[in-house]
Design a protein around this ligand. Structure first.
Ligand SMILES: [Cu+2]
Length: 137
């Protein structure tokens, strides 16, 4: 009788341990997977952020593109566009209150942004699709 009781108790403990280990293992696996996925999402968010306006006052005028295309500056800041090649381009703002560069084939052009916050679109009127924006904030 004594041996029988001990055997039962040992069996129960073994069962409990196995269940506990199995349970812990399952939880750990789920948490690890979730954390890994979240890290990946953070990376994606970073990529999306880089497509927003870049905080700078310097823009390169390339062949049929402005780089960075969208920038953000403080009110009244002077923005400088620098031609990277001898191809003719211009910086023409939709807002008549901002001076335009006129056609240029090199050098750089600087002009002050308005004091009023907002997004100011501009383009090169020679090349369709060659456009950019300055966000004053
Ligand atoms: Cu152009």
């Amino acid at each position: 009788m004594k041996n029988f009781h001990v055997g039962r108790a040992t069996h129960w403990m073994a069962m409990s341990l196995m269940l506990a280990v199995a349970g812990c293992g399952g939880d750990s696996g789920t948490n690890s997977g979730g954390n890994t996925s979240n890290t990946g999402n953070t990376g994606n968010t970073g990529g999306g952020g880089s497509s927003g306006p870049e905080i700078t006052t310097d823009v390169t005028v390339g062949n049929n593109f402005f780089s960075p295309e969208d920038i953000q500056v403080v009110p009244g800041a002077t923005v400088t566009w620098t031609w990277s090649s001898n191809v003719r381009h211009n910086v023409t703002f939709a807002d008549p209150g901002i001076n335009n560069s006129g056609d240029r084939t090199g050098g750089d052009y600087a002009t002050a942004m308005p004091m009023a916050t907002g997004m100011y679109d501009y383009q090169c009127t020679i090349h369709s699709g060659m456009d950019g924006s300055v966000t004053v904030e």
